[in-house]
Design a binder for this molecule. Structure first.
Ligand SMILES: [Fe+2]
Length: 215
């Protein structure tokens, strides 16, 4: 293994040591997960600690939702394959933006955002899907349930961080997590309405004007 102390000796074909990156470095953690550092944002330590904990849980769940969207984007099938394949990718992209906003909110409060997906998997409350393929309605239902889990937690978190004076986290949770999630849940749920595509299945009662118009 090449180390900083074992940089290659300079030669006609080797860059000088001043140009050599110092590779394979390791170091101790300089801030542990679950701690907050002091930042001059006029928000108490306790309020920032509480918000970071709630935001990190939403962050872990949203990372799982993003993963579920990509999985189901890839595994989609059936007569509406193309439409759903594209829709789920759009939703995944929007959720990835929410992931970034949540993580950066944690950092702006002095905390440490959940970054590694293996760490997120330890924290999340979103159930793990099977590694294989489920039928399309089951995949869509799984996504809807993940949305509802996140939305329920987000509503509670938004209220409680506001009670502690953290309007910025409240605004971020409401405007990004809740509004994005609600719209996406609507789009998904409409795909689970059993509606005929080419022929009406229920006959409407005759409208009085229909007869008058026909004379
Ligand atoms: Fe894709």
């Amino acid at each position: 293994m090449t180390t900083a102390s074992a940089a290659p000796a300079p030669s006609a074909t080797t860059a000088p040591a001043a140009a050599q990156p110092l590779l394979h470095q390791r170091g101790a953690e300089i801030q542990h997960f679950g701690t907050v550092k002091q930042l001059p944002i006029a928000l108490s330590h306790d309020a920032r600690m509480y918000a970071c904990q709630r935001l990190n849980r939403l962050l872990a769940d949203t990372q799982m939702l993003y993963g579920l969207y990509k999985k189901h984007h890839w595994l989609m099938r059936g007569a509406t394959f193309h439409q759903l394949h594209l829709l789920l990718d759009q939703h995944a992209t929007a959720q990835l933006a929410v992931v970034d906003a949540l993580a950066e909110r944690v950092q702006s409060l002095g905390g440490v955002a959940v970054g590694d997906p293996r760490h997120a998997a330890e924290i999340t409350s979103i159930p793990r899907p099977p590694n294989g393929v489920e039928e399309v309605p089951a995949m869509l239902s799984r996504l809807l349930e993940a949305h509802e889990t996140i939305l329920g937690d987000a509503r509670d978190a938004a209220r409680k961080v506001a009670e502690q004076g953290d309007d910025g986290s409240n605004d971020m949770i409401v405007s990004e997590v809740i509004r994005t999630g609600e719209t996406q849940a609507w789009f998904l749920a409409e795909h689970l309405v059993d509606t005929p595509l080419t022929q009406v299945s229920r006959t409407a009662p005759a409208h009085p004007e229909d007869g008058a118009a026909r004379g």
